[in-house]
Write a protein that binds this ligand. Structure first.
Ligand SMILES: *Cc1c(COP(=O)(O)O)cnc(C)c1O
Length: 387
């Protein structure tokens, strides 16, 4: 169906941060399939692991024990400090699991109409509950009636959350991105997550972090919350987790980890041996190649390079981000830049109308990062000089 306004290019092959189209033209990939291909394209160990698993067993269903899923759940819990994991196939589904978990938790506490605090400019997915949680009218328009049980506040505004705490007895959880991706690559105040953690503790609410985009080393730590020195009650993952083999996860800690009982939730494909193998290979490569530290370094390198080359350019509002989640806000809509960059062999993304977004593979080298800067900065300057 006509759900995407697609660019006129088809890629046939990839290697590392490079992609080739049907005509054999080469492109530098600074989007990584929207924060998915963290290991770059055609990573040999990932390909080998997927290949071997496919030759052994792809799927059995959650009616039976799945050792690879148990291994992945254990690994993710070790790495995050969470206690339990539920596996699904996408970010929206991971958030659906979190929303259902929070509601059931509320009902268990005797709250009949549980509500979840969500943020303006957030993005949580395209299912009915997650598009309702999303703070963007474009995502919701035409799909009313929306789902009830959400209360919206501005992002990075502790006062409005505190105010609700005094008035609304139905709140059971906060669902928030540690750094807003689709909303424009916006980081909150450094103390934001800590303050939210305090409010949640004071009122018995669950702090649920949507790390679908920020997770899996994207921001320079395996999970973005680790840089805030807090631990959430619930965390959702997807994008980078399986390096392109669809997999999502909803992790939970403490009371939140004990909410679901058999029959409460499920997924036919969720956490099958193939997807879990891809995720295990992804986590192993991140560890082996030290990609958290690398992402932090290369991210700073790109931001510094862009800041230098774009210094004094009128029309550039701000270069920002964390790790390899980078935003360049301009003072005007800049969707056209995507096609202009493509013509010059560079793959970029634009979000929130006026923010150029870079989500390069975590494996991008310093030399390749320099090429991104050298291609992108003049492009932005030319674009801004046009009118
Ligand atoms: C992409 C994204 C989602 C939705 O993930 P899908 O796999 O497309 O369903 C949810 N939350 C955030 C923060 C995202 O970036």
């Amino acid at each position: 169906m006509n759900t995407y306004a697609r660019l006129p290019v088809a890629f046939t092959r990839g290697e590392g941060v490079w992609l080739w189209d049907e005509q054999g033209k080469r492109y530098l990939d600074a989007v990584a399939g929207v924060a998915v291909n963290g290991l770059g394209h055609a990573h040999p160990k990932l390909a080998q692991a997927i290949c071997e698993q496919a030759k052994t067993l792809i799927h059995t269903s959650n009616l039976y024990q799945i050792p690879k899923q148990e291994q992945l759940g254990t690994k993710l819990c070790q790495l995050s400090g969470m206690d339990k994991a539920f596996f699904c196939n996408s970010g929206a589904e991971a958030n659906e699991a979190a929303i259902k978990l929070a509601r059931l938790h509320g009902h268990n506490k005797g709250i009949e109409l549980p509500a979840i605090i969500v943020m303006e400019k957030s993005f949580h997915g395209r299912t009915m509950a997650t598009l309702t949680a999303t703070g963007n009218r474009k995502v919701q328009a035409g799909f009313e009636p929306l789902v009830s049980g959400f209360v919206r506040v501005p992002y990075d505004d502790i006062a409005s959350v505190a105010q609700i705490a005094g008035h609304n007895q139905n709140i059971v959880a906060i669902l928030v991105e540690p750094l807003q991706g689709e909303g424009g690559v916006t980081a909150p105040q450094p103390s934001y997550l800590q303050e939210l953690r305090k409010i949640c503790d004071a009122h018995g609410w669950l702090l649920m972090l949507d790390e679908v985009q920020t997770g899996i080393a994207r921001t320079g730590s395996l999970f973005a919350f680790q840089q805030a020195g807090i631990v959430p009650d619930v965390m959702t993952l997807a994008k980078g987790l399986g390096s392109g083999v669809p997999i999502g996860a909803c992790l939970a800690k403490g009371v939140a980890a004990e909410v679901f009982k058999p029959g409460n939730h499920g997924s036919t494909f969720g956490g099958n041996p193939l997807a879990c193998t891809a995720a295990l290979a992804t986590l192993a490569a991140i560890e082996e190649q030290n990609l958290c530290v690398h992402a932090a370094e290369i991210g700073s390198f790109i931001r510094d390079g862009l800041n230098k080359q774009l210094a004094g350019t009128s029309g550039v509002v701000q270069v920002r981000g964390l790790g390899l989640m980078i935003g360049i806000e301009l003072d005007r809509p800049c969707g056209d830049l995507v096609k202009l960059a493509l013509e010059r062999g560079l793959i970029i993304n634009v979000t929130a109308d006026s923010v150029v977004r870079l989500l390069p593979p975590l494996v991008m080298s310093r030399d390749e990062a320099q090429q991104v800067v050298d291609l992108l900065a003049p492009l932005i300057k030319d674009f801004l000089a046009q009118d």
